[in-house]
Design a protein around this ligand. Structure first.
Ligand code: ZN
Ligand code: ZN
Length: 277
């Protein structure tokens, strides 16, 4: 029987900075990396420090083909890239994708090369043994991957830009919207359209409405805005994501209780958690 699985698994949920230690054991300290499986296809979104343990799992499973999508290339979303084990397997095909605005037309290949270069990194991407394909798209593009997977994209409101994704498979959908700043009272129409009737929405909740004012211009949003968007767009489940580095497990549990009182099907995602739409 064909493998029809569809799920998202969280390998890094912390925003901005890795925060290992006793106060973050429950929710996790690795920076953004999520895995979405669509049948036999493995999709990876972002290469924060969470991509390191994911790489070990994919290596152990003997995965020979995967696609890696960047939302953008701030350090917390790319820092783990050189430490992703599948890059060191000569039998593996890895396709890397990123979206570019007119202001920034640096190609995906150039971004990776720039990131893995002196004085920031000791060795260039040429050390990779895998067959690496680099792909570029413009925000708003939609494309199909072999295996009946559809990817829809939008531009987000973040310094330097970021890409929001919607992955559709077998009539279900998972949306990954991180690193975006909202304008209070003016819901982002592009996001609302992208997440309309979605089964799972992962959304940047670095801040809370009560402290948001202090961080205008930093490029992030609040868990309350995530709930408002999910309610307006009739999305089913809200995954609170990109946790603030200063928030410990007790604070995250408190946020979760408040969020669930407003929108019962919301959850503060924990590292290692798997959600089936
Ligand atoms: Zn980030
Ligand atoms: Zn960012």
């Amino acid at each position: 029987m064909a493998n029809e699985q569809f799920f998202v698994r969280f390998w890094g949920v912390r925003g901005s900075l890795p925060t290992p230690g006793p106060s973050t054991v429950e929710f996790g300290g690795n920076t953004p990396c999520i895995e979405i499986r669509c049948g036999d296809r493995v999709l990876v979104f972002d290469a924060g420090s969470g991509i390191h343990p994911l790489g070990d799992l994919l290596w152990a499973e003997g995965i020979k083909r995967l696609d890696l999508f960047f939302t953008h290339t701030h350090y917390d979303h790319i820092g783990g890239l050189p430490f992703f084990a599948p890059f060191m397997s000569a039998e593996t095909q890895i396709d890397i994708w990123s979206g570019h605005t007119e202001d920034d037309d640096t190609t995906t290949k150039a971004l990776v090369k720039k990131f893995m270069s002196p004085p920031f990194f000791p060795v260039p991407p040429e050390i990779f043994k895998a067959k690496v394909g680099y792909h570029d798209f413009a925000p708003g593009n939609q494309f199909d991957l072999p295996g009946r997977v559809t990817i829809k994209t939008i531009a987000l409101n973040h310094p330097g830009g970021s890409i929001g994704y919607r992955v559709e498979y077998g009539g279900k959908s998972i949306c990954y919207i991180t690193d975006t700043e909202h304008v209070p009272g003016k819901p982002d129409q592009k996001i609302l359209k992208l997440i309309q009737d979605a089964d799972v929405v992962i959304y940047d909740a670095t801040y809370c409405d009560s402290d948001f004012e202090k961080f205008v211009g930093f490029g992030h949003s609040t868990w309350q805005e995530g709930i408002r968007l999910c309610k307006s767009a009739n999305a089913r489940k809200y995954c609170i994501f990109h946790h603030r580095p200063s928030h410990d497990d007790a604070q995250m549990r408190e946020i979760e209780a408040h969020a669930q009182a407003m929108f019962p099907d919301s959850i503060v995602v924990r590292e290692g958690m798997q959600i089936i739409p």
